[in-house]
Design a protein around this ligand. Structure first.
Ligand code: GLC
Length: 645
């Protein structure tokens, strides 16, 4: 059961798309109202608190303090309060499980018992908001009901579930072709290559550097023949450059955010001084979405949207070198950028003018919506789109990646923690920069990371300029990398089917173990084992130098070891030590269920979803199958596979 409570004049966020009845008396929380609203709820000693999507620390958020205020900061430490997305859902798992979604684009501070006094305290800076309260029989039930009101997840094409290679630093057609052929030569599967900002003419959106890519349309077509899609980056800011068609249109039609003097606000990002499109307006979204025709007309069908918190280097009011403006800023983030967000303004479709600071968390989400709706108009097939910044609701238009992580074991572990939390908030299509963005990766870390990414919908190796090259073929024994990545392709009949079923049913794709085994008290503490789809449990190795790990099985399962071939054995419930060499992956299939596995291929274009063997101890599997790109997706596309004998 879900009820909503409305305070003040809420800004339309588009997060909830179903009608939800109004509640009368607020339950669970006591409310203190003043200039801001503070909701407080006592927690029992054994309550777990889930949710909050893209935030640091573990899956259980208890003990931490988190701030929804989308922010571009690569220092992903455990105590970093804000990341790139705002996912304001909490799920309290205790005697009477319930969820609370604080639907406001302004800053929200979640103190989840950080002082150890048993209090959950949510402080919403704006007094204008909607609160949705969800009552359920379990934490999982609460989440499923919540997913039911925020609309169906974005459905990417099959190729978006392939392996992608990326690096900030590929500049030319030649660079990209070299990476493609090196993968093919080493037999490492590959479905897409990302084009970072250097493909553009001076980092200007909707342009191509013609010296580096003399014939992008022809090149895109040639790569597609090899089964490789190109995925360009698109940044939020539009360079101030009279004569550039997109810029001129934006000026003529008054599509940009305003400064304090009601002129177009100027902020420096990669291309130099830019204007920010006012994505909060419907007509601006429509225009920006149509701009993607520049790419789709050249055969491109996949994109990553970046710098849309928005990230700002300097502004017309603040030079790059300015000292942090603590006085005008925010005590939680004594950072100069907070003041920048107060310096520019949106004109909402309801007639209000509000500073970006007041509606901050919607900006990236509305860019995603603009792009997703545009691509949907422009293409007769499904598109790939993932964004850095997000708000709940954006999951209907695109996926997300978790931003500028680093090549550390801590970040790998964080990737594991993020996946179920993001799924609770609707972001099924998500993943991290595999191998790590900042810093230098190494062979062991990359192999272990790939073994996790095999199970995350977005599986992209991406790294920053000036870091060690981290394409798999650069390391000793590239066949080990081939083995791990080929597992992804062999499991695609399962992973794609489970993803599509979860999306179509508005369910989670990746869950904490506790969601599937609520009676088992022991799994409540386990955060490094996850359930992927209906039937698979993973227990990845996340420690440097480890030869394997301890795995807890809440029930007897089939243990599957993959080293190029599958070998299956039945294992008992309880704890077991498992050896996992660097070039192998071990995962588990729940008792009485099946996993369809296909042939090893070098890209999804070669994959036959129907040609499968069935692993596991079950008798029947319901497999979702389509051509990988149709927009007409429905559960009626499921076929029943039976295991004989
Ligand atoms: C941002 C993105 C990163 C990208 C870089 C250059 O830091 O998060 O993925 O490589 O910008 O465009």
């Amino acid at each position: 059961m879900i009820t909503q409570y409305s305070y003040g004049t809420p800004v339309e966020t588009f997060a909830v798309v179903e009608d939800v009845p109004a509640g009368h008396q607020l339950t669970h929380f006591t409310l203190e109202s003043g200039p801001s609203l503070t909701f407080t709820c006592p927690l029992a000693a054994t309550d777990l608190v889930y949710g909050l999507g893209e935030t640091m620390r573990g899956v259980n958020k208890r003990g931490g303090r988190y701030i929804s205020f989308n922010y571009d900061d690569p220092k992903h430490r455990d105590d970093m309060p804000s990341m790139y997305g705002a996912h304001n859902l909490l799920v309290v798992d205790g005697e009477t499980p319930f969820g609370a979604f604080f639907d406001t684009p302004a800053k929200v501070v979640f103190d989840v018992d950080s002082k150890g006094n048993g209090l959950l305290n949510v402080s919403c800076e704006s007094p204008d908001l909607r609160l949705y309260l969800v009552e359920g029989s379990s934490a999982y039930d609460v989440v499923k009901q919540f997913l039911g009101i925020i609309g169906r997840s974005f459905l990417p094409p099959l190729w978006a579930f392939g392996y992608g290679q990326s690096r900030w630093g590929y500049k030319t057609e030649k660079d990209i072709s070299r990476v493609a052929s090196k993968h093919r030569d080493a037999g490492i599967p590959l479905d897409y290559l990302c084009m970072d900002i250097d493909y553009m003419d001076r980092y200007i959106d909707f342009t191509v550097n013609r010296r580096r890519f003399p014939d992008l349309a022809g090149y895109t077509a040639r790569m597609k023949e090899q089964g490789i899609h190109l995925v360009p980056i698109v940044d939020a800011g539009i360079k101030i450059e009279p004569g550039n068609a997109v810029y001129d249109e934006g000026i003529q039609n008054d599509y940009f955010c305003k400064n304090r003097e009601e002129k177009n606000f100027q902020a420096e990002v990669w291309p130099g001084m830019t204007h920010f499109p006012d994505f909060l307006q419907e007509k601006v979204r429509h225009w920006f979405g149509d701009c993607y025709q520049f790419y789709t007309s050249q055969g491109l069908e996949g994109f990553w949207n970046d710098m849309n918190e928005p990230a700002i280097f300097s502004t017309e009011y603040r030079s790059k070198l300015a000292k942090p403006d603590v006085a005008r800023g925010d005590p939680d983030q004594p950072d100069r950028h907070i003041a920048d967000f107060k310096d520019f303004f949106h004109r909402l479709d309801d007639g209000r003018q509000m500073s970006n600071y007041e509606v901050h968390n919607l900006y990236g989400a509305m860019m995603t919506r603009a792009s997703g709706e545009g691509l949907n108009r422009l293409l007769d097939r499904r598109y790939l789109l993932f964004s850095r910044s997000s708000y709940i609701g954006a999951h209907r238009y695109g996926g997300i990646w978790t931003g500028d992580n680093a090549s550390t074991w801590h970040m790998l572990r964080q990737n594991v923690y993020h996946m179920p939390s993001l799924n609770m908030c609707g972001f099924l299509y998500s993943g991290a920069d595999t191998g790590g963005f900042g810093g230098n990766t190494n062979r062991e870390l990359l192999l272990r990371w790939l073994a996790v990414s095999v199970f995350t919908p977005l599986m992209r190796n991406h790294t920053a300029i000036l870091t060690r090259h981290q394409e798999c073929y650069r390391f000793r024994d590239p066949e080990d990398f081939r083995t791990i990545i080929s597992l992804r392709y062999r499991l695609l009949p399962y992973l794609y089917s489970e993803f599509m079923k979860a999306a179509l049913r508005q369910d989670m794709f990746i869950r904490p173990l506790a969601f599937d085994y609520p009676e088992d008290q022991r799994v409540r503490k386990i955060e490094d084992q996850l359930v992927v789809g209906g039937n698979v449990m993973i227990a990845p190795v996340l420690e440097k130098g480890a030869k394997g790990r301890t795995v807890y099985l809440p029930e007897p399962m089939t243990e599957v070891r993959y080293n190029g071939e599958f070998s299956c054995s039945d294992v008992e419930a309880g704890e077991r030590m498992v050896d996992v060499p660097l070039n192998e992956v071990v995962f588990y299939i729940k008792r009485g269920t099946l996993v369809p596995a296909g042939k090893a291929v070098s890209c999804t274009a070669e994959l036959n979803l129907e040609d499968v063997v069935l692993l596991g101890s079950g008798t029947v599997y319901e497999q979702y199958v389509d051509d990988g790109s149709t927009k007409e997706c429905g559960l009626d596309r499921c076929v029943i596979r039976r295991k004989e004998g």
